[in-house]
Design a protein around this ligand. Sequence first.
Ligand code: AMP
Length: 500
Amino acid sequence: MTTDKSKYQTFEEFGFKKDILKGVKEAGFRLPSPIQQQAIPVVMEGKDVVAQAQTGTGKTAAFGLPAMNNIEGKGAVKLLVIVPTRELASQVSEELFRLGRYAGIQTVAVYGGQSIGRQVEMVGRGAQVVVATPGRLLDHLRSKRLKRFEPSMVVLDEGDEMLDMGFLEDIEAIFQFLPKERQTLLFSATMPPAIRKLANKILKEPVAIDVTPKDVTTNVDITQRYYVMEEREREEAMVRLIDTESPGRAIIFCRTKRETDALSTTLVSRGYASKALHGDMEQRQRNDTIASFKKGRVDLLVATDVAARGLDISDVSHVFNYHIPFDPQSYIHRIGRTGRAGKKGMAITLVTPLEYKELSRIMKVSGAPIKYKEIPTLNEVRKNFMDDLLSKLEAQEVLDEALQILDLVNDADQLFEVASRALSALMDAKEIAGPDRIGLNSQQVQNMIRRAKERTGPYGRTQKGSRFNRPGSRSGGRPGGKGPKGAGSRPGGYKKKGSS
Ligand code: AMP
């Protein structure tokens, strides 16, 4: 299931028409996501597909692009997408419209609570794509209201959610009305027995695709945590966490080359053996840095995703996400650098309250159990350090030379003096500094999570206001335009042009 093995590394390689490619380009997609790499060629061959993939993985384009690529001219509904909720119907219809507009594709969203007459009219006017919720669709089909409705491709999206919501009967009934000669795709985040049973009924010799990143996210050897701080506290938070964690060997991921350089310089000035690794470095310099890290002369490697790609370094105790990665796949790749070969690993992600939305999407898509923790205060770091020191002292073997020195000390006062100075020497080796408190406390984080949940729909998606009501839009409209709050935010799963 890995991206690297696929031969489809660009959208051009799929052989799409130029109008479809234009839509892809305008949408800002640069590289196909794993589900797109795997599903698009199979769908283009006309095969049925059962795919395990979650929202945010780019599955809409994975079925939408090949389907729309095959649509010639106007006049009849060729692609039917069945989704569980109205929000999703709007979202998917909007995405398909965006990708297919240059190829002359018209989409209509069909769901309950909306004028029946208008939906019928929009479909009758020659839309080629209908995105519908089961109840309303069945209603239309039973009353034979939809004209020119001959879908040659049917997509069942979020199958498990659909069954959880009790739509199984409706779906089975809908299929009675659909052409027997058709291509059918089933997408589901999970594959419980009920979904497999449904798949057996509606699909013919389907190709199975699975892009759920189970291997890394369920690796119990990797502890995954996130910490929340304000942007201005990021660097201090990083230093504090390194101080607390005392990583053996760590990779710290940054978003830009400049950031790797700046952070590495700070870390060196704070006494850490750190080096930056990024794409602008000469090959020799890169190799030297990697060799130093492998040999343990450098403990902290501050790197960009691109520079760290393909690095095979074992024994990494910690992965720090100084900045959250752009998409779930990168998160998985990053944290997969630790916890290898049965060893324990720690993956730590820093986020600002604004970035929390990205983090929760990564958690949802990857299923990664990332737990919140408060950034330790300066006093806690000191206490940790002292506890550490005490346990190290307890474990320390007593050397003959030390006994010889103690022999020279003859009274208790002097003994106390020597012990105090010896401890001070050990503590001096480590500078513990900075503000006492960094980042948001538990209460503030709970409020932040609550607010984020309020902004998202019942299925964890950011609810969008419909843009279908705008004049000139070709999609089915939502009367009154009562879009839920949080309108307009993009649930984007992949890096868009200019987003960095
Ligand atoms: P989906 O899983 O279809 O809901 O897609 C999640 C988000 O990722 C949507 O906002 C898409 O526009 C975006 N997206 C899908 N594929 C790509 C891609 N290859 N590159 C960049 N963004 C993408």
